[in-house]
Design a protein. Structure first.
Length: 267
């Protein structure tokens, strides 16, 4: 259901995709790191408890079950999940496994890297096992409040801070291709905003921002108030086209193959 805050009424949503099985005691939270999703995890169908994870896309109203890599989280209900630090945390609850016990384990659902894991926390730093507790978040911090331990209601408050260095361990920085990318633009018409005309009639395209950043000569030319600063083409006299082509290649790639004789023509 969706609640219309203006009309103050509930509306049944006509969803798409395979919806989760009927259940109680599940937990949901809003996840906005990659898109606007509702995350649903676990719950009890009056036969057994579950550990499945479902995403509901709020844009196209589509359900999708997801499977993450890592050691499987035990089934549970009456737990909490919360969106914090670009991930979703799972804490506590009541499980069919391990002799029908209450839990105080903490898991991280890292959707960006398609995995879940348990952060390294000392057992002395964990809240006591519980179910029916509440959680809320503030930036990179999750708070656990109260709950039921099987014999009494709890009124304690716990705080857990997400360590981003652990969350992003699988992030890989690609190898830089800047030099190759710039070299590919040399004498390329794509996005060219200046052309150089040589004495033999050949014309070479160029890119002012690259040439001005690499050459004091071209920087002065394009910054001046003379005709060359505004003209779509510039004449380069007394320089052979093959020498000028090698010079452009150097400016774009830093690869120098000019001989001293060639440098005389340029300077």
């Amino acid at each position: 259901y969706s609640f219309n805050t203006e009309k103050k009424e509930w509306i049944l949503v006509d969803t798409v995709g395979a919806a989760p099985l009927p259940r109680v005691g599940h937990s949901m939270c809003l996840y906005t790191e990659q898109d606007n999703y509702l995350v649903l995890m676990g719950g009890y169908d009056f036969i057994k408890r579950h550990n499945d994870i479902h995403l509901f896309n709020l844009h196209d109203e589509t359900w999708m079950q997801v499977h993450l890599d890592g050691e499987e989280i035990v089934t549970r209900a009456a737990h909490t999940i919360a969106s914090v630090g670009g991930t979703v945390t799972v804490f506590g609850g009541f499980s069919d496994e391990d002799n029908n016990s209450r839990l105080n384990d903490l898991h991280i659902l890292d959707f960006a890297n398609s995995r879940y894991y348990s952060p390294s926390i000392s057992s002395s730093s964990l809240p006591s096992p519980r179910s029916y507790h509440s959680t809320c978040t503030n930036q990179l911090t999750m708070f656990v409040v109260g709950g039921f331990d099987g014999s009494s209601a709890l009124d304690d408050v716990w705080m857990f801070m997400i360590d981003h260095s652990e969350v992003r361990t699988t992030l890989e920085v690609p190898v830089s291709t800047q030099k190759e990318d710039l070299k590919a633009m040399c004498m390329c018409e794509d996005y060219a905003d200046i052309h150089f005309q040589l004495d033999d009639g050949k014309t070479f395209p160029g890119h002012k921002i690259i040439l001005a950043g690499r050459s004091d000569y071209f920087s002065a030319m394009f910054r001046s108030g003379f005709q060359e600063a505004r003209a779509p083409s510039v004449r380069i006299p007394n320089v052979r086209s093959e020498v000028f082509a090698q010079y452009l290649s150097y400016l774009y790639s830093d690869d120098l193959s000019l001989s001293p004789d060639h440098l005389v023509e340029l300077f």
